[in-house]
Design a protein around this ligand. Structure first.
Ligand code: FFO
Ligand code: ATP
Length: 193
């Protein structure tokens, strides 16, 4: 029997292969263009936006991070604590970044841990309902579930290229659907089917 887990695995690797095939210079250009959506994404001044330090063929959201910081947002980046847990540590441009493994970097220990008001969520694949597939470790699903238990409900904005959209992401109970998605064709809001 094909389980949701098997299906997700297939969709993940196909979507990541499509993303890997995108032209690298075009991807950089898109990263710069999406920064023009900063006004629509910025929380009220002093609010926290979690971003991510690009790895593999992800969109480079660093120009967007800079634009959000210029609008008064505090920026946080994921720090991998163990096989199941990420926390979001404050990103201060002058503070040293440490190697998080997997080709990504993050702020070191001793940096403030923040609860995001707006979360820019990396992903492998997404569907028209806002359901997403990540890299398969469940880090983001768990981090979002943990925030909700604490009474925090961050605005969840997926970051992807249009070629990562799939017909249907199989549902699993722990999935945390996105409210919006930002791609090279703009910012879209999902209306759960
Ligand atoms: N830029 C960025 N940072 C991020 C994430 C992300 O998606 N993008 N994460 C989002 O979660 C976390 C890192 N998550 C990751 C999860 C799995 C693998 C990974 O390479 N997994 C192996 C399989 C390992 C195994 O099965 O034991 C692989 O895919 O080859 C990498 C990062 C936190 N930081
Ligand atoms: N809230 C949670 N509590 C416990 N386990 C969880 C939770 N969320 C996800 N998991 C577990 O994490 C594993 C990976 O889940 P899944 O394949 O949905 O990850 P993903 O969406 O690809 O990853 P990510 O959330 O890191 O982007 C699964 O075994 C799942 O049971």
């Amino acid at each position: 029997m094909t389980t949701p887990r098997d299906l997700k695995k297939e969709l993940r690797s196909a979507a990541l292969a499509r993303r890997d095939a995108l032209d690298a210079a075009w991807r950089v250009d898109v990263g710069q263009r999406v920064a023009t959506h900063a006004d629509a994404l910025a929380p009220s001044p002093g609010g926290v936006v979690s971003s991510f330090w690009p790895m593999r063929s992800e969109m480079d959201v660093r120009p967007l991070m800079t634009a959000l910081a210029a609008r008064g947002a505090r920026i946080a980046l994921p720090a991998i604590l163990d096989k199941t847990t990420i926390v979001f540590r404050e990103y201060l441009p002058d503070a040293p970044m440490i190697d998080m493994g997997f080709g990504t970097m993050g702020p070191g220990e001793g940096t403030a841990v923040l609860d995001p008001d707006v979360m820019l969520v990396p992903l492998a694949a997404f569907d028209a309902r806002g359901h997403r597939i990540g890299y398969g470790a469940g880090y983001y699903d768990r981090a979002i579930a943990r925030l909700k238990v604490k009474g925090c409900a961050p605005r969840l904005i997926g970051i992807a290229f249009d070629c990562q959209q799939v017909e249907n992401v199989p549902d699993e109970a722990h999935d945390q659907p996105l409210s919006e998605i930002l791609t090279e064709t703009g910012l879209r809001r999902f209306t759960e089917a």
